[in-house]
Design a protein. Structure first.
Length: 94
């Protein structure tokens, strides 16, 4: 089944409004990860990237898919390697 659209809310809002995340998931939208702090992903350390992804995944559970859209569209070679190593799909498009 294809998702209607990938939704990547800013995660503090997702945590504050879990009812909206649940409703979007129920109506067929994939809930992706857009990080917690909206910091350019390539600027973070490996530990920082892992922390952003994990914190966000907790906020969107159990609806979050392992889809990632980088803040500002910015990534580095290292951040792409980390995403793959952590098991995330960073190829999502707007």
């Amino acid at each position: 089944m294809w998702a209607k659209r990938q939704r990547t809310p800013l995660q503090p809002q997702a945590q504050a409004h879990p009812d909206l995340v649940a409703r979007q998931a129920r109506t067929g939208h994939a809930i992706g990860n857009h990080t917690w702090g909206h910091v350019p992903f390539g600027d973070l350390t490996t530990a920082g990237r892992r922390s952003e992804l994990e914190r966000t995944a907790r906020a969107t559970a159990p609806y979050g898919a392992r889809l990632f859209r980088p803040p500002w569209g910015q990534q580095s070679v290292r951040s792409r390697v980390d995403l793959r190593r952590f098991g995330w799909d960073g190829q999502s498009q707007d």
